[in-house]
Design a binder for this molecule. Structure first.
Ligand SMILES: Cc1ncc(C[n+]2csc(CCOP(=O)(O)OP(=O)(O)O)c2C)c(N)n1
Ligand SMILES: [Mg+2]
Length: 381
C-alpha cells in the first residue's frame, strides 16, 4: 500500500445499526465515546483482533511504518518550532491512525480537503513533506499544490473547507467520474454553520463526499461534552439523511475499513456519509497552547495506553512480526527522510516581494500594486 489504494467493503450500512443507537453511558461521554460497545473497532487496545483483518501482514507493517514516519515528522516539527525555525505548529500526535488509515483507503485521484492538523493525511495522500515543511516556515509556496495532486491546501478556517469538498464532489458527479472527496475536520468544526450547509447540500444532491471527523476530544480548550449535547458526532448524520458511523480512531484498520466502505458507497452513486473517528490529541492544540491548564494527567495516561502506534505494535508482536531492530530501522529511515525534507525546505531562497504579491491575481490589483511599490521602496532604501 505505497500508493493510495482502496477495496470494496460491505457497504457502510453494515456498521450503522449499532453505531447510530444513542448512548446514555456517562463513561462513554466522558471519554467522548471511546470504549463504547457501539464503536466499530477491529484491534483492541491490547492488540487482540476482533474480526478478520482487511489487510495482509505486509500491508499492516506498511501502515505501521507510515505512522512511525508521520510521528517522526510531528516530533521534528514541534522541535523546530521551539527553535524558531517554523511558525505556529498544530501537532497530530495521537491521531496518526485516523489520518494514515483514512488516506490509505483512497484512490490516487480522490480529493482530500483537510485542516491545519492533517499533515499526515495530506502526506499519505501524496503531498510531499518538503512542501508541508516549507509552508510551516512561513513560505506560502508550500501551499502550492503540485500539479495533478488532488489535495487542497490545509484549511485554517474551521469548517469552511467542507463546503469546498462538497462542491468538488458535486463537480465530479456532474462530470460522471467515480472520483470521491474526503473532507477531514474536527469535533469543533461540527458547531460551524458550514458543517450544516455542507452536510445538507451533500445529502440533498447525493454528492460523493466522505465527511471524516477526527473527534480528538477538544476544540482548543473546549471539551467535547461542551461542544454538543448530542451523544456522538456520528448520530448527527441521521438528521441529514446519510449514513453515519463511529469508529475507534486510534485503530488504523477500523478507520481504513470504514473509509473504504464510505468511499465505495460514494463511488457507486450512494451519496455521502459521515465517519466519526474517536481519537485524542496527545499534544497541545498548537505550539501556542498549554493543555495542562485545562486537562488532567490521568486523561493523558488513559489515552497514552491507547496510542495508535503502540496498538499495532502489540498486534504485530502477537504475530511474531515486530522486533525492536525493525522498529529502530524504521525510525532511522524516517528521520533521514524528514531531515532531507527539512534541508530542502530550508535551502529554498526566500521569495521576492513580487513573488509574494503577484500570485493571487492574474493582473495585480491597485491596492496590492501600492503595497508592492511601498515594499520595494523600503527594500531599496
Ligand atoms: C471560523 C473559525 N473560527 C475560529 C477559529 C479559531 N480556531 C482555530 S482551531 C479552533 C478549534 C477547532 O477545533 P476542532 O474542530 O475540534 O479541531 P482540532 O483543532 O481539535 O483538530 C478554533 C476555534 C478559526 N480558525 N476559524
Ligand atoms: Mg478537536
Amino acid at each position: 500500500m505505497t500508493t493510495r489504494k482502496s477495496g470494496l467493503g460491505r457497504g457502510l450500512e453494515a456498521l450503522i445499526p449499532s453505531a447510530n443507537k444513542p448512548t446514555t453511558d456517562l463513561q462513554n461521554r466522558q471519554n467522548h465515546g471511546n470504549g463504547g460497545s457501539r464503536m466499530f473497532r477491529l484491534i483492541e487496545p491490547d492488540g487482540t483482533v476482533n474480526d478478520r483483518l482487511p489487510v495482509t501482514v505486509d500491508e499492516m507493517k506498511a501502515l505501521y511504518a507510515d505512522m512511525v514516519e508521520a510521528r517522526t515528522y510531528d516530533t521534528k516539527s514541534m522541535a523546530m518550532q521551539r527553535q524558531g525555525r517554523l511558525a505556529t505548529y498544530a501537532p497530530f500526535h495521537g491521531q496518526e491512525a485516523a489520518q494514515v488509515g483514512a488516506a490509505a483507503a483512497l484512490h490516487d485521484d480522490d480529493w482530500v480537503s483537510g485542516t491545519y492538523r492533517d499533515a499526515a493525511l495530506n502526506w499519505r495522500a501524496g503531498y510531499p513533506w518538503e512542501l508541508l515543511i516549507l509552508g510551516r516556515t512561513g513560505d506560502e509556496r508550500g501551499g502550492q499544490v503540485p500539479d495533478g495532486l488532488n489535495v487542497l491546501p490545509p484549511s485554517i478556517t474551521v469548517g469552511g473547507h467542507m463546503i469546498h469538498a462538497v462542491g468538488l464532489g458535486w463537480a465530479e458527479k456532474l462530470k460522471g467520474t467515480d472520483v470521491v472527496t474526503l473532507t477531514s475536520f474536527g469535533d469543533g468544526a461540527t458547531s460551524e454553520g458550514d458543517f450544516h450547509e455542507a452536510m445538507n447540500f451533500a445529502a440533498v444532491f447525493q454528492t460523493p463526499t466522505v465527511f471524516f471527523c477526527q473527534n480528538n476530544g477538544y476544540a482548543i480548550s473546549l471539551p467535547f461534552e461542551e461542544q454538543t449535547k448530542a451523544d456522538s458526532i456520528a448520530v448527527k448524520a441521521e438528521g441529514y439523511g446519510m449514513p453515519g458511523v463511529q469508529v475507534d480512531g486510534n485503530d488504523v484498520l477500523a478507520v481504513l475499513q470504514a473509509v473504504r466502505e464510505a468511499t465505495a458507497l460514494a463511488r457507486s452513486g450512494g451519496g455521502p456519509s459521515l465517519i466519526e473517528a474517536v481519537t485524542y490529541r496527545m499534544g497541545p492544540h498548537t505550539t501556542a497552547d498549554d493543555p495542562a491548564r485545562y486537562r488532567q494527567e490521568d486523561q493523558d495516561n488513559f489515552w497514552g495506553d491507547r496510542d495508535p502506534i503502540l496498538r499495532v505494535r502489540r498486534l504485530l508482536e502477537k504475530q511474531g512480526e515486530w522486533t525492536q531492530e525493525w522498529h529502530d530501522s524504521l525510525e532511522r529511515e524516517a528521520s533521514a527522510t524528514i531531515e532531507a525534507a527539512v534541508e530542502w525546505a530550508e535551502s529554498v531562497p526566500e521569495p521576492t516581494v513580487e513573488e509574494m504579491m503577484g500570485r493571487m491575481f492574474e493582473t495585480i490589483t491597485p491596492p496590492l500594486r501600492e503595497q508592492l511599490d511601498q515594499a520595494k521602496g523600503e527594500q531599496d532604501a
